[in-house]
Design a protein around this ligand. Structure first.
Ligand code: PLZ
Length: 475
């Protein structure tokens, strides 16, 4: 049983907060989850933090390093979520910390649009170098993923002089007033927050597990929608996540994305890759678009780009990026110097530590372990993803090859069990029936094995509870 790792020795809050506390790369459960100090903090929070802001697991974090986060009660969790794909190179990676400290001592803010600095320029150079496509590229830096999406749309509209924005079914693009209209799911992102932005269209996507279409067939379906419902001459941009994140890590069929790009190019439509979740080395390539031979016109980055500091970018073809009038793009904190210094350290670490290779290793180890689980439990319908962006879609027992009926209850039970036993496991999916593995690239194979053993126990416990409930109801 996994609880052999339970370390019941209590530890004082001051010890965890101390600089002497060493975050070892291991799972350790010392208290009930949440522990008493987290529970007290949660009470304080309830008085002053909006109920509109939820937390998946209300353990309050004191420290983090590599692939481990430590809560205020001294419980150590294997982090399979990396703050939803942000601390991709690992928590508190030494070179990122050093770069941020050094930059903070030099200067913290000037505002690039008032008086510029080299770090912003360097990040733009690195993005031009590493995003797909061998052509002149330029960037604008902003603060968040949603802001990158907003700017991508502005830039595409300015360049094309057209109004309409197309996205795909199951997409997620943010929580701002424009982006909430671009998400597939109304609840919880848009419900009650309308009216929604106009001129946003949702086209059918490629979801091979469910639609059974080849890339070419799915592309015809998408293009037919764009052509008939919007009309190319009114369409400014098509925004696509190469691997859909919140929607459930759907990997499109081969050929789908290049076919859409070809149509966009032929019709003067700007095709934008939302690489906010999938980008920055996570998938085993710098950008997930590369897995599909897709060279987008614009690429959106955020999350993993600065090791946890807020930074985002729109990068792409120079002629599109330059269509905006001077002063048309910007924002007070966009391209903050400390975030930029951290981003430069992230790019350096990806090269110096062969993090593309580490992402491939993690993908292989996860696939091996998840395949063993799939052979054992018939609620695992599909394993999919690339590198450190993998997921399993859970279905009702035995429907994996037939109706593929979503099993959100199992996802919720398994992620809750995992949290209780020291594994932070994110859920996803339009139907809430996907468990996603989005760890940092610092996650060792031994931590993968340990985390998957907890998930194995979690699935077994869920199956046992169901059997018990069925037995009870049949008497
Ligand atoms: N595009 C593909 O994944 C953010 C959402 C977390 P922001 N996804 C995590 C939450 O519940 O708010 C995301 C994404 C893709 C855009 C965004 C938006 O990025 O930095 O959260 O604005």
């Amino acid at each position: 049983m996994t609880d052999t790792l339970t370390d019941s020795a209590p530890i004082a809050a001051a010890d965890i907060a101390s600089t002497q506390y060493v975050v070892t790369q291991e799972r350790k459960i010392r208290t009930a989850i949440p522990g008493p100090i987290s529970a007290a903090l949660h009470e304080r929070r309830r008085a002053v933090v909006s109920d509109g802001v939820s937390s998946m697991l209300p353990v309050y974090i004191a420290k983090a390093n590599g692939a481990i986060v430590v809560d205020v009660d001294g419980n150590q969790f294997i982090d399979l979520g990396a703050g939803i794909g942000v601390t991709t190179i690992g928590h508190t990676e030494a070179s990122v910390v050093a770069a941020a400290v050094e930059q903070s001592q030099d200067f913290i803010h000037t505002l690039f649009t008032v008086t510029p600095y080299e770090e912003y320029v360097r990040v733009a150079e690195l993005l031009a170098e590493h995003t797909p496509g061998d052509f002149a590229k330029k960037s604008v830096l902003i603060n968040s993923g949603a802001e990158a999406v907003e700017n991508g749309v502005k830039i595409a509209r300015k360049y094309t002089g057209r109004r309409a924005v197309a996205v795909l079914d199951h997409a997620y693009h943010g929580r701002t007033v424009l982006t909430m209209a671009m998400n597939y799911k109304a609840m919880p992102y848009a419900t009650g927050y309308g009216p929604l932005a106009s001129d946003v269209y949702h086209a059918p996507s490629s979801y091979p597990y469910h639609d059974g279409l080849t890339g070419a067939e799915a592309a015809v379906r998408t293009i037919t929608y764009l052509d008939k419902v919007i009309g190319a001459s009114d369409l400014a941009c098509l925004v696509v996540e190469p691997i859909q994140g919140e929607g459930g890590f759907m990997v499109p069929a081969d050929g789908y994305l290049p076919a859409l790009q070809k149509w966009c190019t032929a019709n003067g439509v700007v095709m934008i890759a939302d690489e906010i979740q999938s980008g920055m080395a996570r998938s085993g390539k710098y950008f997930a678009s590369e897995h599909f031979g897709w060279i987008p016109d614009l690429v959106l980055t955020a999350k993993g780009i600065a090791g946890g500091f807020p930074l985002a970018a729109v990068t792409g073809r120079a002629e599109i990026m330059d269509a905006s009038q001077p002063g048309g793009l910007g924002g007070t904190f966009g391209g903050n110097p400390v975030s930029c210094a951290a981003a430069i350290a992230v790019f350096d670490a990806i090269e110096a530590n062969n993090l593309l290779g580490e992402a491939v290793r993690i993908g292989k180890s996860l696939t091996t372990g998840l395949t063993a689980l799939k052979n054992k439990y018939d609620i695992i319908g599909e394993i999919r993803g690339h590198g450190a962006m993998m997921a399993i879609e859970l279905v009702q027992p035995g429907t994996g090859d037939t109706t593929k009926t979503p099993n959100a209850a199992a996802v919720s039970a398994i992620s809750t069990y995992a949290g209780q036993h020291g594994v932070l496991l994110l859920t996803a999916g339009t139907y809430g029936n996907v468990l996603r593995f989005l760890p940092s690239l610092a996650l060792s194979d031994s931590l993968i094995i340990d985390a998957l053993s907890v998930i194995d126990d979690a699935i077994a416990a869920h199956a046992a509870a169901l059997t018990a409930a069925l037995t009870a109801s049949s008497h």
